[in-house]
Design a protein around this ligand. Sequence first.
Ligand code: ZN
Length: 152
Amino acid sequence: MTSLRLLVFWNRCRMCGHEFRTVSDSANGGFRVLLSTQSHLPALVDCSNDPAFTEVSRLVAEELPPATPLARQLDVFDYAFGKICDLAPDGSNYEMTGTTRCLRCGSDAVSFGPTEPAEYSTEELPRVTHTRWDNLMPDQKRKTISQLIQHL
Ligand SMILES: [Zn+2]
Protein backbone atom coordinates (compact mmCIF):
# COMPACT_ATOMS: atom_id res chain seq x y z
CA MET A 1 0.00 0.00 0.00
CA THR A 2 1.17 3.49 -0.79
CA SER A 3 -0.18 6.61 0.82
CA LEU A 4 -0.84 9.42 -1.63
CA ARG A 5 -2.54 12.78 -1.36
CA LEU A 6 -4.91 13.02 -4.29
CA LEU A 7 -6.97 15.83 -5.71
CA VAL A 8 -10.70 15.27 -5.35
CA PHE A 9 -12.88 15.62 -8.45
CA TRP A 10 -16.58 16.35 -8.61
CA ASN A 11 -18.49 14.36 -11.24
CA ARG A 12 -21.97 14.99 -12.61
CA CYS A 13 -23.78 12.58 -14.92
CA ARG A 14 -25.29 14.42 -17.87
CA MET A 15 -27.84 11.65 -18.41
CA CYS A 16 -29.39 11.19 -14.97
CA GLY A 17 -27.96 14.06 -12.91
CA HIS A 18 -26.25 11.80 -10.38
CA GLU A 19 -23.41 13.57 -8.58
CA PHE A 20 -20.45 11.77 -7.07
CA ARG A 21 -16.85 12.26 -6.10
CA THR A 22 -13.74 10.45 -7.22
CA VAL A 23 -10.04 10.97 -6.74
CA SER A 24 -8.16 12.43 -9.69
CA ASP A 25 -6.40 9.89 -11.89
CA SER A 26 -3.73 12.34 -12.96
CA ALA A 27 -0.03 11.50 -12.74
CA ASN A 28 1.41 11.85 -9.27
CA GLY A 29 5.10 11.42 -8.53
CA GLY A 30 5.64 8.72 -11.16
CA PHE A 31 2.42 6.97 -10.23
CA ARG A 32 -0.82 6.90 -12.10
CA VAL A 33 -4.14 6.12 -10.54
CA LEU A 34 -6.58 3.67 -12.07
CA LEU A 35 -10.23 3.51 -11.02
CA SER A 36 -12.36 0.38 -11.18
CA THR A 37 -15.36 0.70 -13.47
CA GLN A 38 -17.83 -0.88 -11.03
CA SER A 39 -17.34 1.29 -7.96
CA HIS A 40 -14.38 3.61 -8.63
CA LEU A 41 -11.93 1.81 -6.35
CA PRO A 42 -8.53 3.43 -6.90
CA ALA A 43 -5.25 1.57 -7.41
CA LEU A 44 -1.78 2.65 -8.45
CA VAL A 45 0.64 1.77 -11.16
CA ASP A 46 4.29 2.65 -10.63
CA CYS A 47 4.99 3.76 -14.20
CA SER A 48 8.77 3.57 -14.25
CA ASN A 49 9.14 0.39 -12.19
CA ASP A 50 6.33 -1.78 -13.51
CA PRO A 51 7.64 -4.00 -16.35
CA ALA A 52 4.13 -4.42 -17.77
CA PHE A 53 3.86 -0.66 -18.23
CA THR A 54 6.91 -0.72 -20.52
CA GLU A 55 5.83 -3.91 -22.30
CA VAL A 56 2.33 -2.65 -23.11
CA SER A 57 3.72 0.68 -24.24
CA ARG A 58 6.14 -1.02 -26.65
CA LEU A 59 3.56 -3.48 -28.00
CA VAL A 60 0.95 -0.76 -28.56
CA ALA A 61 3.51 1.29 -30.53
CA GLU A 62 4.45 -1.77 -32.59
CA GLU A 63 0.91 -2.99 -33.26
CA LEU A 64 -0.57 0.37 -34.29
CA PRO A 65 -0.08 1.59 -37.86
CA PRO A 66 3.25 3.49 -38.16
CA ALA A 67 1.67 6.91 -38.78
CA THR A 68 -0.61 6.79 -35.72
CA PRO A 69 -0.52 10.21 -33.96
CA LEU A 70 1.05 10.22 -30.52
CA ALA A 71 -2.15 11.35 -28.79
CA ARG A 72 -3.95 8.34 -30.27
CA GLN A 73 -1.12 6.01 -29.20
CA LEU A 74 -1.41 7.31 -25.64
CA ASP A 75 -5.19 6.81 -25.62
CA VAL A 76 -4.80 3.25 -26.90
CA PHE A 77 -2.11 2.59 -24.32
CA ASP A 78 -4.32 3.80 -21.45
CA TYR A 79 -7.16 1.61 -22.69
CA ALA A 80 -4.96 -1.46 -23.16
CA PHE A 81 -3.14 -1.14 -19.85
CA GLY A 82 -6.40 -1.05 -17.91
CA LYS A 83 -7.53 -4.20 -19.68
CA ILE A 84 -4.39 -6.24 -18.94
CA CYS A 85 -4.55 -5.54 -15.20
CA ASP A 86 -6.13 -8.13 -12.92
CA LEU A 87 -9.68 -7.28 -11.89
CA ALA A 88 -10.34 -4.91 -9.01
CA PRO A 89 -11.71 -6.28 -5.70
CA ASP A 90 -15.21 -5.32 -6.94
CA GLY A 91 -14.80 -7.70 -9.90
CA SER A 92 -14.56 -5.04 -12.60
CA ASN A 93 -11.75 -3.84 -14.84
CA TYR A 94 -9.52 -0.97 -13.92
CA GLU A 95 -9.72 2.02 -16.21
CA MET A 96 -6.92 4.49 -16.90
CA THR A 97 -8.59 6.40 -19.71
CA GLY A 98 -10.11 9.11 -17.53
CA THR A 99 -13.58 7.88 -18.43
CA THR A 100 -15.61 7.62 -15.26
CA ARG A 101 -18.96 5.90 -15.62
CA CYS A 102 -22.02 6.94 -13.65
CA LEU A 103 -22.63 4.37 -10.94
CA ARG A 104 -26.38 4.94 -11.13
CA CYS A 105 -27.12 4.67 -14.86
CA GLY A 106 -23.82 3.47 -16.35
CA SER A 107 -23.49 6.37 -18.78
CA ASP A 108 -20.03 7.68 -19.59
CA ALA A 109 -21.44 11.15 -20.31
CA VAL A 110 -20.01 12.48 -17.08
CA SER A 111 -18.74 16.02 -16.55
CA PHE A 112 -16.00 16.37 -13.98
CA GLY A 113 -13.36 18.68 -12.62
CA PRO A 114 -11.39 19.58 -9.51
CA THR A 115 -13.44 20.90 -6.64
CA GLU A 116 -13.14 24.62 -5.87
CA PRO A 117 -11.51 25.32 -3.55
CA ALA A 118 -9.28 22.32 -4.18
CA GLU A 119 -9.82 19.40 -1.80
CA TYR A 120 -7.40 16.58 -1.23
CA SER A 121 -7.91 13.09 0.06
CA THR A 122 -5.07 11.01 1.47
CA GLU A 123 -5.64 7.44 0.43
CA GLU A 124 -3.89 4.16 1.06
CA LEU A 125 -3.71 2.69 -2.40
CA PRO A 126 -2.87 -0.86 -3.49
CA ARG A 127 -0.76 -1.47 -6.58
CA VAL A 128 -2.49 -2.93 -9.58
CA THR A 129 -1.43 -6.48 -10.34
CA HIS A 130 -1.38 -8.24 -13.71
CA THR A 131 -0.63 -11.86 -12.86
CA ARG A 132 -2.62 -13.13 -15.83
CA TRP A 133 -0.57 -10.92 -18.18
CA ASP A 134 2.73 -11.83 -16.48
CA ASN A 135 2.09 -15.51 -17.19
CA LEU A 136 1.54 -15.04 -20.93
CA MET A 137 4.23 -15.94 -23.45
CA PRO A 138 5.62 -13.04 -25.53
CA ASP A 139 3.57 -13.97 -28.61
CA GLN A 140 0.41 -14.22 -26.49
CA LYS A 141 1.07 -10.75 -25.11
CA ARG A 142 1.42 -9.37 -28.61
CA LYS A 143 -1.80 -11.11 -29.68
CA THR A 144 -3.66 -9.73 -26.64
CA ILE A 145 -2.65 -6.16 -27.48
CA SER A 146 -3.46 -6.65 -31.16
CA GLN A 147 -6.96 -7.92 -30.25
CA LEU A 148 -7.58 -5.04 -27.83
CA ILE A 149 -6.66 -2.56 -30.56
CA GLN A 150 -9.11 -4.23 -32.96
CA HIS A 151 -11.92 -3.87 -30.41
CA LEU A 152 -11.45 -0.14 -30.01
ZN1 ZN B 1 -26.18 8.61 -14.63
